[in-house]
Each structure stands twice: as C-alpha cells, then as structure tokens.
Design a protein. Structure first.
Length: 602
C-alpha cells in the first residue's frame, strides 16, 4: 500500500470517528447526486416527448421526476456541502493535533531551527484542512465521474458519436494539473517569505521586543521589511496563479469548442428527423450539466493536488519523526556512578562552515559541579544541548553510565535532567503553576513548590504577592508583572522543583541578578551537588567570581576544550583562564577605571 492510500485510509478513519452518522449521510447524498443529473436530463426529454404525444400521465411523471432530481441537486447538494465542510473542519483539528504532536515529540530540536524544515512544517500546517477533506474530495471526484458516465450512456443512446464528449473532459483536467504544479512550486518557494513577514509583524505585538523597537525607532523599517517579504510572497503566488489561470482558460476553450460542435451535430440530426426534439433537449441539458460535472472534477482534482502537496510534507514529517525516535530505546539510569562521558564529540550546525564543537573529550563525574566558561560562540550552549539530548553529535559519543545517549529514551532522560536557560520562558500562569511545570509527573505538592522557591531565592517576593503562590502572573491575563530578575528566579525554582534530577544544567540562569545574588545561588547549588553524590551540576556563566568555587572549570574556545581543572590549578597554569580572571577581577575592583571595550567577560 502506497502512502497516498495510507493517508486516505487515515483520513477516512478519522472522519468516521468524528461523526459516523454525518459520514453516512454525506455518502448517501453523494450517491444521489451522481444519479440526479442523469434523471434531470431524462425528465426534460420525457417532458417534451410527452407534450408532443399529449399524455397527461407522462407529463405529470416527467415533472415529478424533474422536481425530485432538481431538489436533490440543489437542496441536497447544499446540505451535503455544509456537512462536508463541518466534518472537514472537525477532522482538521485532529490532523493539526497529530502534526503538532509529531513536531513536539521529535527528541531533537533540529527541525525547529533549520529554515528548510520550518518551511515544510509551515506549508503543512497551512494545508491540514485540505488533508482533512481529502476523503470527501475523492468521493466528489468518484460521484462526478459516475454522473458523467451515466450522462454519456444516455447520450450514446441518441447517437454513438456523442461518446466523444468524454474526450472534452481531458483538456480542462490536463490544464488544471499543469496549473497546480505551478502553484505548488510557488507555495513552497514563498513559504520562507511568509514566515519572515509573520515573524517581523509578531515583534510589534510582543511587549518585551516592542520596547526595543520603540527606543530604536525601528518600527517603520521593520514594517517595510515585513511588507517587502509579503510583496515577494504575493508576487510569487500571483504570478503562479495567473499562469495557472491561463492554462485553465485554454482547457475550457477546448471544451467549449468541442461542445459547440456536438450541439450543432444534434441540431442537424433533429432538423433531418434523425433525432427528436426531446433528444435535443436531453443533449442540451446533459451537455450543460456535464460542463458543471467536469468543472467539479477539475476543482476536485485541484484540491486533491493541493492536498498532495501537504501529503508530501506530512509523510516527510512522519518519516523524520520516526527516524529520530529510537524504537529500541533503553531506560536511562536511576543514579549516576560513572557519570557522563563525551569522547571525540564534534557537531556542526546545518549550513555552518565551522564546527560548533570540535573533538571534545570531557568527563562529568557525579557529585561534582562543572563550570563552563568561554567567549560568546565558544560552544558552551551547544555542549549543553548535546548533554540534554536536544542534538546528537555528528561524530563521537555521549555516554551515560556507559550507554550511548542516542540509545536511551529521550523523554525518559529528560525526566532525569533539569535546566534553566538565559532565554527562559515567562509562563503567564499562577506562581504555583509556573513552578510546577518543571515537574508535572508526578504532581508537585505545595511543600515542594515552597521549597523550590526558597532555594531559588524567590520566596521573599512571592510571599508578598496579593495571593501568594496562587497569584496570577503577567499583565496579559490581568495578573502581576514581575521584574526580569524575579521572573528569572521563578525559572530557577522551576528547574529546582525536579528534586531527583541526575543532571542539573544552569545556562546563564542568573544573568539578570547582581553578582552577589548569583554567587549566593551558585554556592548553594555547589553545596547541594556535593551532598548528592549521584548528581552532576553544569554551570554556564560569564562571571568568574561566581564559578571559582566549582569542582571543575572547563574553558572553551572555538568549539574546543582548551583548559580544564580547579580554580587554583588554572590560576597556577597562568593560561587563558588566569589572564581573563585577572582582567575581570580588575574591572570589578578598579573604581577609577572601567573595563576596556575589548575586555569582554567570558
């Protein structure tokens, strides 16, 4: 079974589960629609021929059949269309859930950072409705074909030559196919422009980002950039749609010319007595309706082609998620004895010319605090991403208790880790929930939340909030707005609420705090780690004064580990660490001379 058949079965199954009764009703109406067109044409021939024979019964029967067929086509068609639309909307919700679940459950985050992958996901998310309706589109196409075949059967009864009307459906279908290929390519090519416009305009409705835009007076520039991206997107789309329309016009002109010649043939036959006036009415009615049937078939084909584009991206995402999900994943250890070992680890971001990490050899022993220091771009955050399983190394291995990290269940490993990042999330929920998000399973007790807030140094201000830990945070939901430093302490509490974490990563988690507050927190983390022999704490900081108490300091430069040891050992080596430590210490202690611009702390 190919992927299109698999997708069709999936969509039909979803539709059936959403509403069985409505699915049966829509299917029944579709079958009735297929025969209604032929019955309408027959009723007109029957009406004219009965009028010529002056039979009341025939006239009454013809009118009754015509009225019923017209009611099925008009009222039934409208009701069927509304039901289909409603079902498709509800299935679309389910398809979107599946897509978002796949995106969220991929263990690594490469697909959230690569532009080409984001383009594919963006096109897919905008095409989920066409995917949801693919079953009904095929049903509509089948009904249209069945109706056309019935019409042809009746037309052949008038004259075998009229079977050639079937050929007239080929040019519009071929033109629609060619036009859809043009439109699909334009949609893929314009996805990046569409994402860029959306991202730029989102800056204007984000309070944190909008402050900087206002201060810089860059609003009009960013708006112009967004408008330019949108215009580029529209140019690609409009050009493609115009070309597609021209091809469709050519296809319909071919159909119109052929139908005109067919009608002329039947008129000639009627004039010569080879066909009745009723036959002429039948041909005229069926021919006009066939144009509508072909139009439905063309429109259905175009929508199926649109769904086909989303289908390609859907199966790409399915395959991508499956490849990165290790079916034979092992459970991570419940305690650390050997620790985490990186051996000859290298990693290069997609599209980058230089590796972010190059031949890293490092051992993180349990019960120890390891500080990562280095210039911006030295590879510290990339190393943290590999430790938490957000990325897999291009070469080398990361092992936990001797087991390669890529063989462990990623979700289970993350339950054994906890982290706070500099670009933390400000969850605008009550304080208790903003902390409890760090450990939702099992549920966190109020006592654990209070303990995490205290350890993060957040208890002193959360206790003074109007409703304590039940206070709603964030102005968007009419809550209390915190300072950036207070938000950062909430994020720290969220990391600390996972008390059984084997790996605690603190990547610039106290950048908004003053040096003394940061040092107090780091001393607490160091003491807690030493008291827990099965835990490893990794600190990333630019402040040397707050990392000197770490059990091990790792100095990184251009993706490589250049020095490693305790503070005393590195100072005795008189290497880069000692040089930069001295410069930063002088910058803090010299009140008469500020640090020079080129003395960027690491």
């Amino acid at each position: 079974m190919n992927r299109k058949q698999q997708l069709l079965r999936l969509m039909i199954s979803l539709t059936w589960r959403v509403d069985q009764r409505a699915s049966l009703l829509v299917t029944s109406l579709g079958v009735l629609q297929a025969g209604a067109v032929a019955m309408n044409g027959l009723s007109q021939r029957w009406l004219i021929d009965s009028a010529g024979l002056d039979t009341v019964t025939g006239l009454f029967s013809a009118v009754l059949v015509g009225a019923l067929s017209h009611a099925v086509m008009a009222a039934g068609g409208r009701y069927q269309s509304n039901l289909q639309s409603d079902l498709a909307d509800r299935v679309d919700v389910k398809v979107n859930e599946d897509v978002l679940n796949m995106v969220a459950n991929v263990p690594t985050i490469e697909h959230l950072e690569r532009p080409d992958y984001l383009d594919r996901i963006s096109v897919l998310r905008r095409g989920t409705h066409s995917l949801a309706a693919v079953g009904w589109r095929l049903a509509d196409a089948a009904a249209a074909v069945a109706s056309i075949l019935l019409s042809l059967w009746l037309l052949i009864g008038v004259h075998p030559t009229l079977a050639l009307l079937a050929i007239l459906a080929v040019p519009p279908l071929w033109a629609a196919s060619r036009g859809q290929r043009i439109i699909r390519r334009a949609r893929d090519a314009s996805a990046q422009h569409e994402r860029r416009e959306e991202a730029l305009h989102d800056l204007f409705v984000n309070p944190a980002r909008n402050k900087e835009i206002r201060i810089a007076g860059a609003g009009h520039i960013l708006s112009d950039e967004a408008a330019a991206s949108w215009e580029e997107r529209n140019l690609l789309r409009t050009t493609a749609e115009l070309r597609a329309t021209m091809w469709q016009l050519v296809g319909w002109l071919c159909y119109a010319g052929g139908f005109g010649m067919t009608l002329a043939l039947v008129v000639k036959m009627a004039a010569g007595g080879e066909a009745s006036v009723g036959d002429l009415a039948l041909v005229l009615a069926l021919g006009m309706r066939m144009r509508w049937q072909v139009r439905v078939a063309v429109d259905t084909f175009m929508r199926l082609a649109e769904a086909g584009q989303a289908t390609n991206h859907f199966w790409w995402l399915t395959s991508y998620a499956a490849k990165r999900r290790n079916a034979a994943a092992d459970e991570p250890p419940s305690a650390l004895r050997e620790g985490v070992v990186l051996k000859d680890v290298s990693f290069t971001y997609p599209g980058a010319k230089k590796p972010a990490l190059d031949a890293i050899d490092l051992t993180l022993s349990p019960g120890r605090t390891v500080a990562l220091v280095g210039d911006n771009g030295a590879g510290k955050t990339t190393l943290v991403k590999l430790l938490t399983g957000m990325y897999l190394p291009d070469q080398g291995s990361v092992t936990v208790e001797g087991a390669s990290l890529d063989t462990l269940d990623a979700a289970a490993w993350r339950t054994r880790t906890s982290a706070t990042y500099q670009d933390f999330v400000k969850f605008e929920v009550p304080v208790r929930d903003a902390v409890a998000i760090g450990r939702l399973n099992p549920a966190v007790s109020p006592e654990v939340i209070d303990d995490a807030l205290a350890r993060a140094g957040a208890a002193h201000f959360t206790e003074r909030l109007p409703e304590g830990i039940h206070t709603q945070l964030g102005l968007v939901h009419e809550g209390v707005e915190l300072s950036h430093g207070q938000w950062q302490r909430i994020a720290l509490a969220r990391a600390l609420v996972r008390t059984g974490a084997l790996l605690l990563v603190l990547d610039e988690p106290t950048a908004a705090l003053d040096p003394q507050a940061e040092q107090d927190l780091y001393e607490r983390f160091t003491k807690e780690t030493r008291a827990c022999p099965g835990r490893i704490t990794v600190l990333v900081s630019h402040r040397f004064s707050t990392v000197h108490m770490a059990d091990e300091i790792v100095v990184m430069d251009s993706g490589r580990v250049t020095e490693c040891g305790t503070h005393q050992e590195l100072m005795a080596n008189q290497g880069r660490y000692a040089d930069l430590f001295a410069k930063q210490a002088n910058g803090y202690s010299d009140t008469e001379k500020a640090p020079s611009a080129n003395q960027e702390p690491i």
